[in-house]
Design a protein around this ligand. Structure first.
Ligand SMILES: C[S@@+](CC[C@H](N)C(=O)[O-])C[C@H]1O[C@@H](n2cnc3c(N)ncnc32)[C@H](O)[C@@H]1O
Length: 256
């Protein structure tokens, strides 16, 4: 079993179980689970990366899951090389399967961001670090440390782009909650269950029991200003709120 993996099967065993049809079905179920806004988010994340589309970028996708962020960036920067990191052996197996099938030049690492040495062996040469909906699985102290790691791993001039859940500031919370209740919900328990029921069928055990049970985590307890403060504390500049909706914020920042 790979270091950091929490699976009952090795990552390779999971990969061998995933047929092309399984990959297609799982991706479809994943996109439904991730909500209609996911495509917009990926498009925005890839679009703001301020480099030539011909540039041979080094890209790091943290908490890659099935790899949507990496592939969205690769689609715009076809000379990029991607490193994908996730602690979950099943989700990263989907990522590996789809990346190999689509010829995305990526390396995949089963690592846990709770571990101080999650980036062991990585060289500090990334032009882009990107993440969608993974940091909120950490607590505030760990996010601060991981943002510092991201800073260290970026080249000067590199950029950090991420989408994460965000609440409103306390003063605006009641009205914001009322407004949000009138919006179509992005996520549904049913969609989550459909993805994981199919995953469990393929795997032959209940993989959801392995998902992050030991963590205390941020979830959506942090307002946009909190995410920005983490960036400022790690010395990032050009911090920009690219988008904010009822569920999340997308932020970008640069290492000068
Ligand atoms: C909601 S999914 C998002 C996946 C992917 N970024 C996407 O947009 O489809 C959250 C991902 O974060 C990963 N994750 C959560 N905590 C993690 C940790 N401590 N270390 C590494 N990955 C983690 C999960 O395994 C999962 O793949």
């Amino acid at each position: 079993m790979l270091e950091g993996s929490r699976s009952l099967l090795t990552q390779r065993e999971i990969q061998e179980k995933l047929s092309n049809e399984d990959l297609d079905e799982l991706l479809r179920l994943w996109w439904t689970e991730q909500g209609a806004e996911k495509r917009r988010d990926l498009d925005l994340i890839a679009s703001v990366i301020p480099f030539s589309t011909e540039a041979p970028l080094r890209v790091l996708d943290l908490g890659c899951g099935p790899g949507d962020v990496a592939r969205a960036i690769y689609a715009r920067f076809p000379r990029s090389r991607i490193d994908c990191v996730d602690r979950d052996a099943f989700l990263i197996s989907i990522c590996i399967g789809v990346n190999r099938r689509e010829g995305v030049p990526a390396q995949h690492f089963v690592r846990d961001l709770w571990d101080a040495d999650w980036h062991q062996g990585f060289e500090p040469r990334y032009n882009v670090v990107a993440t969608a909906n993974a940091f909120h699985w950490l607590d505030a102290l760990r996010v601060a440390q991981v943002f510092q790691d991201v800073w260290d791993l970026l080249r000067p001039g590199g950029v950090f782009v991420f989408a994460e859940p965000a609440c409103s500031e306390e003063r605006f919370a009641p009205g914001f909650a009322q407004w949000k209740a009138r919006q179509p919900p992005r996520y549904s328990r049913g969609h989550w269950e459909r993805f994981w029921n199919r995953a469990n069928e393929i795997l032959g055990y209940d993989h959801t029991k392995l998902l992050g049970s030991r963590d205390s985590r941020l979830d959506d307890s942090l307002p946009v200003s909190g995410w920005m403060q983490f960036l400022k504390n790690a010395r990032f500049e050009s911090i920009d709120v690219l988008l904010r909706d009822g569920d999340e914020v997308i932020l970008a920042a640069a290492k000068p």
